[in-house]
Design a protein around this ligand. Structure first.
Ligand code: NAD
Length: 479
């Protein structure tokens, strides 16, 4: 690997997880066989087949929606907020108790380093359930009313499988809705373990239903006539298709889509800190992050110094076994995603940008891409405009704050941005002018359940997290 420091591998034990050879669908509180086919989920670090998972067809989705409707009408919407909160607190505590198991399973199925699943994903998942449990009996103070919508159909991506599930399920349940959720086809296992946690918490049957499958299953959920609310996180392309599918219905919709965030470094920034922020911004979770700082905008006067320090820091990143506690950069989630990253990087070469990558031996099995940066990138380049969704950074320079703003906002997306400077007044003026849902100052990729998250423009609409996240699951003050 690329390491300049010797170290001994310290793999987390896999014995803590019990992966079954096959999984059914979780409908009405039970695991049932689907009517459709099955698909395989693989470990992206080794290509080992982990399990066969049922692919829900239209009839399965219909059963799940019916179960959710029954649970909504008969149980969940009639229960007091304080009673619903008890279930959410119980789920949150079980997630903490089973945290190690969830983290190991997430790293095996997704490819992300154990230190991230253990120290970021799972603690933030538990925090979301705790946070929204606290709202369940206080909805009349939310500003959005306290009447739930009904059945929520939720479709999520593979980059933060359990975290995206928590962002969707915790607020929905706190507000009194029931859910049918579909995890991504490459990462179904932690959602299925979450289904077991619902059983362990004695959650009434039908309140949470988990149906596995790919795009067709997602389409069946989104277009089901008895779904009142659609919550989607994923690509802008599929988000647009969903917006078209629900147009003309009275379904409420939130879309959390792609991004191409600018991470802006001024010459007065604390550079060592900024380098850590740039690395975290683009190499955290292999760059499979919708709000990744994938465009570095660096002030021209410090560009050479920043690049030199950045390359030196990148050379110390440890790439390899996701279960090794030393690993900084794990596996790319799928062969398909690896292909997309390679293709778009080759477009960068063809457009004349200069590629620099960490020199390292990649494992022969599994899906891997080394931490990479491109210099000499112009705004017109596709690598500056399109989401690569991998460990690839495009570097651009600027001279003045106005130029930085103009370049940062010159994108169809508007999810997040980072600003690195010593001046508080500059942070405030930049934050006011950046067209991004989240602006981090002298930090990056900070997620907290109390803080709303969401985009402008093609990054989607609606907010998840915080009090604002309740709006998507309530009928509003006037109803
Ligand atoms: P994707 O859009 O291909 O898939 C997302 C989910 O939608 C999957 O579960 C998939 O099976 C399902 N799906 C596919 N076609 C569908 C259809 N026609 N109808 C309904 N469901 C369908 O995205 P992906 O490749 O899994 O995820 C990566 C994308 O997600 C990136 O663009 C990333 O920026 C975005 N993302 C956004 C956020 C955010 O909060 N804004 C968070 C994480 C990821």
């Amino acid at each position: 690997m690329s390491n300049i420091f010797e170290y001994a591998p310290a793999p987390e034990s896999r014995a803590v997880v019990d992966i079954k050879p096959s999984y059914g669908l979780f409908i009405n509180g039970e695991f049932v066989d689907g009517h459709g086919k099955a698909f395989k989920t693989v470990n992206p670090a080794t290509e080992e087949v982990l399990a066969e998972v049922a692919e829900a067809d239209d009839a399965d989705v219909d059963e799940a929606v019916k179960a959710a409707r029954r649970a909504y009408t008969r149980v969940w919407s009639r229960m007091s907020g304080a009673e619903r909160a008890k279930y959410l607190y119980r789920i949150a505590r079980i997630i903490q108790e089973r945290g190690r198991e969830l983290a190991v399973l997430e790293s095996i199925d997704n490819g992300k380093p154990i230190k991230e699943s253990r120290d970021v994903d799972i603690p933030v998942v538990a925090a979301h359930f705790f946070y929204y449990a606290g709202w369940a009996d206080k909805l009349e103070h939310s500003g959005y009313g306290s009447t739930p919508l009904g059945v929520a159909g939720q479709v999520i991506p593979w980059n933060f499988p359990l975290l995206m599930l928590a962002w969707k399920i915790a607020p929905a349940l706190a507000c009194g809705n029931t859910v049918v959720l579909k995890p991504a086809e490459t990462t179904p296992l932690t959602a299925l373990l979450f289904a077991e946690i619902c059983q362990q918490a004695d959650l009434p049957p039908g309140v949470v239903n988990i149906v596995t499958g790919a795009g067709d299953t997602g389409r069946a959920i989104v277009s089901h006539p008895d779904v009142d609310k659609v919550a989607f996180t994923g690509s802008t392309e599929v988000g647009k298709a969903i917006a078209r599918a629900v147009a003309g219905t009275d379904k409420k919709v939130t879309l959390e889509l792609g991004g191409k965030a600018a991470n802006i470094v001024f010459d007065d920034a604390p550079l060592d800190q900024a380098i850590e922020g740039i690395v975290n911004g683009i190499f955290f979770n292999q760059g499979h992050v919708c709000c990744a700082g994938s465009r570095l905008l660096v002030q021209e006067s410090v560009a050479d110094e920043v690049l030199e320090r950045l390359k030196r820091r990148m050379s110390t990143l440890r790439m390899g076994d996701p279960l090794d506690k030393n690993t900084d950069v794990g596996a790319i989630n799928s062969g398909e995603q690896l292909k997309r990253i390679r293709e778009l990087s080759e477009v960068g070469d063809a457009e004349g940008a200069e590629r620099w990558e960490v020199a390292c031996d990649l494992p022969t099995k599994g899906f891997w891409f080394p931490p990479t940066l491109f210099t000499g990138v112009s705004q017109a380049h596709r690598i500056a405009r399109e989401e690569i969704f991998g460990p690839v950074l495009s570097v651009l320079t600027f001279r003045t704050p106005s130029e930085a703003i103009e370049k940062a906002n010159n994108t169809p997306f508007g999810l997040s941005a980072g600003v690195w400077t010593d001046k508080g007044s500059r942070i405030l003026s930049m934050a006011n002018r950046l067209r991004a849902g989240v602006v981090w100052a002298n930090t990056f990729n900070k997620f907290d359940p109390t803080s709303p998250f969401g985009g402008y423009k093609e990054s989607g609409y609606g907010r998840e997290g915080g009090r604002h996240g309740l709006e998507a699951y309530l009928k509003g003050e006037d109803s």
